[in-house]
Ligand binder design. Structure first.
Ligand code: SAM
Length: 262
């Protein structure tokens, strides 16, 4: 465990500021769930970031950042606890949210945190990026996050999808499974993320998919982790992609974004 009990106690200060905890220790279930989600996500972020030198600036992009809890926690952890040279960019097309979080970060003295009111698809950064991540970015925002990571040549891309409302499962062979709503959502997520994984692999990333936190804290707990590696895979990505996409009649938006780039 990288974020051990001692570090968790130190992180309480940021949870008070974010109003996820209060000094009376009475925390609502919603807030407990959010704290556990972002701490578990932080573990995965840190398992990659800790591999690079503390002196070298680490540049991170949070895509579909919303209330920015995860990135405010990450910034606090790296600057105050790890004493690492860190720069974090949060993107969300909700202008009001970005303004209020910019003010909060300024009040906290988080001078290397930047907030961009923009669609992910239009965001660019003219410097090397170490990591692009998203947590529960809605629908195609997951595809836009992966595309942003590929465009920035990010060393690591992390993504946990939320709703997949623009995708529908139309496969006849799965009807007996997908008539159960719980299975429909899970099956759709498995197929969509597997197709995205093939596209990420084709773009030079090594991909693994796993549950990053217990489903007690969210049923949307599947993380896609992609790490840039100069390696060859013995798989015909185009053929694999076509096979799965045709069988289940699903095309994640990432396919279109990557095709546009050619
Ligand atoms: C469900 S919230 C998750 C927020 C945060 N990451 C979290 O875990 O609490 C999704 C956020 O993604 C933003 N979003 C969705 N699509 C986007 C896009 N294409 N460009 C920028 N922001 C987007 C929404 O405005 C919303 O704030």
């Amino acid at each position: 465990m990288l974020i051990n009990r001692e570090i968790r106690e130190k992180l309480d200060d940021i949870f008070y500021v974010l109003k996820l905890k209060n000094r009376s220790s009475q925390v609502s279930l919603d807030k407990t769930v959010k704290i556990e989600q972002i701490l578990a996500y932080m573990e995965i972020i840190h398992s990659e970031i800790r591999k690079s030198s503390k002196k070298k600036k680490t540049v991170i992009v949070d895509s579909g950042a919303g209330n920015c809890y995860l990135s405010l926690l990450a910034y606090y952890f790296y600057e105050k606890i790890e004493q690492r040279n860190i720069e974090i960019h949060c993107i969300d097309y909700n202008k009001k949210l970005m303004e209020s979080k910019r003010k909060l970060a300024r009040d906290m003295g988080f001078t290397n945190m930047y907030f961009h009111a923009s669609d992910i698809v239009n965001f660019t950064l003219d410097k090397p990026v170490d990591m692009v991540y998203s947590l529960h970015a809605c629908d195609t925002a997951t595809d836009k996050t992966m595309h942003l990571g590929i465009r920035c040549n990010a060393k690591t891309i992390l993504s946990v999808a939320c709703c997949q409302s623009s995708l529908k499962l139309k496969s006849n062979s799965l009807k007996s499974i997908t008539r159960h709503k719980a299975f429909r959502d899970k099956t759709l997520m498995m197929i969509a993320d597997s197709l995205r994984a093939i596209l990420l692999e084709k773009s030079g990333y090594k991909v693994d998919i796993f549950d990053f936190v217990s489903s007690r804290y969210t049923d949307k707990n599947t993380m896609v982790r992609a790490i840039k590696k100069g390696f060859k895979q013995n798989i015909d990505h185009d053929e694999e992609y076509k096979k799965v996409s045709t069988e289940f009649r699903i095309k994640p938006y990432l396919e279109e974004l990557l095709a546009d780039a050619i």
